[in-house]
Design a binder for this molecule. Structure first.
Ligand code: SF4
Length: 375
């Protein structure tokens, strides 16, 4: 076997200034079996997965930065499991869906999806720095459409203008931060022209997979174009909390942009309490609020990464009382078919009688709580 480098960055003669340039990172993403083979000791299952992905499945894209976080010899590395395809992606399991959240059914205008009364999802692009193997939108990310122009989004804005009950736009994709800062600014300002929209959420994984993209110029463009923009990111493992990603989170927070994190519960990646505790504590330390722990959507080809529902409940029970409230996200199931999110969790409310409720504490004590007398 060929001797492999310890680290992809060390192995490649990259100039430091290239490495810090997000466009260079995006241009040099590994997109083929051959590129993966140069950086990692691939298993047969990964070879089969990469061949299949390149031909027909969810494409491969891994930035040099994120590839350098992969353990080159351990196929069970939690970063590698998230970005390197495996043969198991071809296996169908019960409940699998191509479009698990029924987004195509809930499309109200081109690139605009409505599943709740007061908020909508705007698909701004199909491109991402890294194509995550668990992606809910694997049916369309990397489909070649690229960033949607403002002209292409105009029917979505017409629809928004006509629906004053909608207050919030979630800008997603793909990853909108793969677009230029200028284009992001134009998009946010166009959203701001719709008077009844008071909040924007920008869903992006670049702080995790391409932290070089989080430049002070991008932060300023977001802040100046739509002030009440919340950044929704996607850290799944403490190994992703590097000095580069920490600096990216700091730039966002210092620019006055609130940062929330949605962790997807993934088998073999983060389905144990110690890993989640370390991740959630690390996020809070970096001024990022752990917001949701998401039960994985039943996307076709991801059965090998999904945990049973009861596992998330067990993990939440383990973490309750062990980590501070600001570090504890809600455990959420986004119901198949797109009928909405349901929070689930351990049962703390044991019984409810006439004026008295019995609660169970995180230590397992049973406590009676008495209601005040009726006025
Ligand atoms: S960054 Fe988001 S949209 Fe892109 S592949 Fe990953 S999960 Fe999917």
């Amino acid at each position: 076997m060929r001797a492999r480098p310890q680290n992809f960055r060390e192995a490649s003669a990259f100039d430091a200034s290239d490495w810090e340039d997000w466009r260079w990172q995006a241009r040099h993403a590994a997109t083929s079996l051959q590129a993966l083979d140069e950086a990692l000791n691939l298993t047969e299952a990964e070879r089969v997965g990469a061949t299949r992905a390149a031909a027909a499945g969810l494409p491969i894209s891994i930035t040099p930065y994120y590839l350098a976080l992969c353990d080159p010899v351990d196929p069970d590395c939690p970063i590698r499991l998230q970005c390197v395809p495996r043969a198991e992606e071809a296996i169908a399991v019960r409940g699998d869906l191509r479009d698990p959240l029924g987004e195509e059914r809930h499309q109200v205008a081109p690139h605009l999806i409505r599943r709740y009364p007061d908020r909508v999802l705007l698909i701004a692009t199909d491109r991402c720095g890294v194509y995550c193997r668990f992606c809910t939108r694997s049916r369309m990310v990397g489909d070649g459409g690229g960033a949607r122009s403002l002209a292409a989004l105009e029917p979505a804005f017409d629809w928004l203008e006509a629906h004053s009950e909608v207050r919030e736009v979630i800008v997603s994709g793909g990853d909108p931060c793969l677009m230029s800062s200028e284009r992001i600014g134009r998009l946010l300002r166009r959203i701001g022209q719709v008077e009844h929209i008071d909040t924007v959420r920008l869903a992006t994984r670049v702080p995790v997979t391409l932290p070089q993209r989080v430049t002070t110029e991008l932060c300023a463009a977001i802040r100046e174009s739509f002030e009440a923009t919340w950044i929704m990111t996607h850290f799944n493992h403490p190994k992703e909390l590097t000095s580069a990603s920490s600096a990216a989170c700091a730039r966002l927070a210092d620019a006055g942009l609130p940062v929330m994190n949605q962790t997807v519960l993934l088998r073999g990646v983060n389905d144990d309490a110690a890993t989640l505790e370390s991740l959630f504590r690390g996020l809070v330390q970096r001024r990022v609020r752990p917001y949701y722990l998401l039960q994985m959507d039943p996307v076709s080809g991801t059965g090998h990464l999904r945990t049973p529902l009861r596992r998330g409940v067990e993990l939440m029970a383990d973490l309750q009382g062990r980590v501070s409230g600001i570090a504890l996200p809600k455990l959420i199931v986004d119901t198949p078919g797109g009928l909405g999110k349901v929070p689930i969790g351990p049962k703390y409310l044991i019984s409810q009688g006439e004026g008295v409720t019995v609660l169970e504490t995180f230590r397992g004590d049973f406590v009676e709580y008495y209601d005040p007398p009726e006025p």
